[in-house]
Ligand binder design. Sequence first.
Ligand code: FAD
Length: 503
Amino acid sequence: MSNSQIKKLIIVGGGTAGWMSASAIAKVMGPRVKITLIESDEIGIVGVGEATIPPIKIFNDLVRIDEDDFLKNTQGTIKLGIQFKDWYKKGHTYHHDFGPIGKDLGYIDFHHYWVSRVLNGSNESLWDYSLNNLAIRQNKFDRIPWIADTPVAGLVHAFHFDASLYAKYLRNIAENMGVQRIEGKICDVNLNPSNGNISSVKLENGNLIEGDFFIDCSGFRGLLIEGALKTGFEDFSDFLPVNRAIAIPCEGVKPITPYTRSSAQKAGWQWRIPLQHRIGNGHVYCADYISDDEANEILLNNLDGKPLAEPRMIKFTTGRRKKFWNKNCIAIGLSSGFLEPLESTAIHLIQSAIVKLINLFPHNGDNQFLSDEFNDYMTSEFDYIRDFIVLHYHANERNGEKFWDDMRARPIPKTLKHRIELFREAGIINLKDNDIFKLTSWLQVMVGQGIMPKKAHPFVNTINPNDIENYMGNLKSIMNNAVENMPSHGAFIARSFAARPIV
Ligand SMILES: Cc1cc2nc3c(=O)[nH]c(=O)nc-3n(C[C@H](O)[C@H](O)[C@H](O)COP(=O)(O)OP(=O)(O)OC[C@H]3O[C@@H](n4cnc5c(N)ncnc54)[C@H](O)[C@@H]3O)c2cc1C
């Protein structure tokens, strides 16, 4: 990259997106690019993103973040999956947990054997073969990549953490690597009249900050990508009409559970994210079906402990920018689009955009081939997650409730329709290499939402039924024994990353 013409990179915004971008790019590019981050304390950050998915460990490795140190400083806990309560029907609960389900046998995926048994009358749960789920049932955790002396995979985890503390933690790392932070409010964005590129931003104090390339991490307002470049927005509201969230932290309760809970409500759903010092809660809902007062009341009636702050409302429109990279500007984070946090994907999308940008880093700010590639990639990331989220709403049987009846009746993306039909007809889940959610994710949500294949895969019959019986029984006992020997999640936190007192 020594011949890169990008010398001055300007990042607008110091939320999770801004500081993740700054720390990762500083790590990879070193002093070859001068990075300046502008943020305004007066405007502040959204700072509610508290649940993540396992690939965040790749980001931590890239920036050389020590897992225990990071969890200690962000009041973090372990996340093994998400519990979906009342989503399929009231009173029904299922999980989307990380990690494999069972272990493949012969030429076909494991779940075909389970499907065959269920179609033949067995009532065993799919989740009896998920090590993550077995650990969740007993509130246990240990860092084990494999179950000792077996070929069976261990636990797969992500994190819950306080997003405001995460931004501070990353800021410290980035500033130590030479990123310059400017405190100030941008009041104007100047474009180069000859090519339409951004040339500088102007602060309220009159200072002009010039750059070759700009990363817009300014949050929902999209100060550069939309405010200045008028890039346009692809609205997903037809598929995902929820448009408001009210967030509130409450006192924690013991034990600290190693999973996120999502409880379906009258016109949306409520999250519960346990941290070391509190529980993060929020109610995501559609304002066409329920008043803000009623949404607030539902939220407050479903807290585990005393509220620790006033409820905070956030309005949003689900969708994405028509382009993520436009001229010499890339939008990362909330400025690039928003999908409700049902599957904890926003921080992942930030990471995904940063890694792709590093991969495609331009010699100069404006390169059509690179920007087309980036835009195709991020479009498919957003659309893929959209489909996964729509699946949860579409396949519900909360019959007789207006919002849920409408969600079932709404048209769904063609790509999702195909995926559901393929699974229902033949138990097949088709994937591409870089799909964020793999087979076991789709499997758990399909089965959890009441979608079952009509037939088992024909190859199940190529293995002697007694051998299958023994294989599945052995797997269960290996997994159950492994969980018995794990410490509780609370004991693991105390031993490895109990938080420093907050000052
Ligand atoms: C209700 C809700 C729940 C969420 N839950 C999750 C979750 O569980 N998991 C997950 O992964 N993600 C979640 N997210 C998303 C996550 O919070 C965001 O993706 C993440 O915080 C990134 O935000 P950001 O940095 O893009 O924007 P922000 O946090 O809004 O930061 C914007 C920055 O831009 C600066 N800025 C703006 N305008 C100006 C200006 N004129 N001059 C100078 N500076 C300016 C601000 O000062 C600030 O520093 C959730 C989001 C919402 C809304």
